[in-house]
Design a protein around this ligand. Structure first.
Ligand SMILES: Cc1cc2nc3c(=O)[nH]c(=O)nc-3n(C[C@H](O)[C@H](O)[C@H](O)COP(=O)(O)OP(=O)(O)OC[C@H]3O[C@@H](n4cnc5c(N)ncnc54)[C@H](O)[C@@H]3O)c2cc1C
Length: 326
């Protein structure tokens, strides 16, 4: 029986960076879950990602490579993971909370009747062989600590809740075990997915994020935020109001139903600071808020607050950056 199985998601041949957060969690729980740590890679063109993941010293690398797994087709990927789990019998599976990872985890838990621990921000083994974990509930307004009895478990950590593991300089050489993909008839089909082009750096990778909300009043002011983001080498984010209003792409949404980010600097412009938004940005190193309402909740979390109209503050900020850039 395998101990911990990490699901390493691969996107266009590259290991997704969330993997290193899962690795931290696996390391923390490896003492309590005997049987070693293995990695599962599912998709196509997995070799480079497998080499990268192997830098996290593990006991085994399992690859399921098949043309039908080229696209992030949830049913097919979940099927491959379920087959792998049937063979390896892990006690704990850790999957990323990406669109694909969360769905694979849910399908695995339902099919295998394992416990599903979602959106985990803290976790520890208990003396009775279970797990105690913390997760946000009630739309992020409450943080609940729960206990799960004996495994197997499927754990999906909250993005940015765990510091990414720093792999050693020299990747370990470990021969992967290749598994055939033999799914039963699948109920869904996967049409060729269309990649949505994200302008510039993604908000998850940017060191500075300039985000706009309902207070901007429309899509046009986002051009100013884009200009500022370019000047500081950052990315533009948004609140759900801005996304739901169709002003910007969903990929830019920060929050409970958007992305969880932890940039060095987060500049929130015309964003009230609803709890569902804060849950996605509260791990930022420095938060700067620009809001005309002094009582806006965003000021409760901001390191620096500017009370005023963004129409005056943000162009002046842009001009100062331009002047500094010469
Ligand atoms: C289940 C659930 C999930 C959700 N998930 C998310 C999520 O992922 N992300 C998210 O963002 N929200 C989410 N929400 C919505 C959330 O509750 C808020 O409605 C939303 O965050 C509000 O967006 P906002 O602050 O940009 O807009 P508003 O509430 O419209 O606030 C606008 C702010 O701009 C300020 N303002 C107005 N004019 C100016 C000006 N000229 N200059 C400066 N400031 C100005 C106002 O004072 C106000 O504070 C979720 C809600 C639910 C129920």
């Amino acid at each position: 029986m395998a101990g911990i199985l990490l699901v390493a998601e691969v996107d266009a041949g590259e290991l997704r960076p969330e993997f290193w957060e899962l690795a931290t969690l696996a390391k923390a729980l490896s003492g309590a879950v005997p049987g070693g740590v293995s990695i599962a890679l599912i998709g196509t063109k997995l070799d480079a990602a497998a080499r990268a993941a192997a830098a996290f010293a593990v006991d085994a690398l399992h690859l399921v490579e098949d043309p039908r797994l080229e696209h992030p087709w949830p049913e097919a990927h979940a099927c491959a993971l379920i087959q792998l789990c049937n063979q390896l019998a892990p006690q704990l599976v850790i999957a990323p909370r990406t669109v694909l990872g969360a769905e694979m985890a849910a399908r695995l838990a339902v099919r295998a009747r394992w416990q599903l621990l979602q959106d985990v921000t803290q976790i520890e083994a208990t003396a009775d062989g279970g797990l105690q974990y913390t997760r946000p509930v009630s739309g992020g307004a409450v943080s609940a600590t729960l206990r799960a009895g004996a495994g197997p478990w499927v754990v999906v950590p909250r993005p940015r809740a765990f510091t990414p593991f720093e792999p050693g300089a020299a990747p370990a050489s470990i021969a992967p075990t290749r598994h055939a993909f033999a799914p039963p008839p699948l109920a869904t089909v996967c049409a060729a997915p269309q990649r949505v082009a994200v302008e510039g750096i993604s908000i998850e990778r940017a060191k500075t994020v300039v985000a706009g909300g309902g207070g901007l009043g429309g899509p046009e002011p986002f051009a100013l935020l884009r200009q500022i983001a370019e000047l500081v080498g950052g990315a533009v984010g948004a609140s759900r109001v801005a996304v739901d209003s169709g002003w910007v792409q969903p990929a830019m949404q920060v929050g409970l139903t958007g992305k969880t980010i932890a940039p060095d600097v987060y500049i929130a412009v015309g964003i009230s600071g609803a709890i569902q938004h804060l849950i996605g940005c509260s791990s930022s190193q420095v938060i700067v808020a620009v809001n005309s309402d002094a009582s806006a909740p965003i000021f409760g979390i901001a390191n620096y607050g500017l009370i005023g109209d963004w129409k005056e503050i943000m162009p002046a900020f842009r001009d100062a950056l331009l002047a500094r850039a010469g």
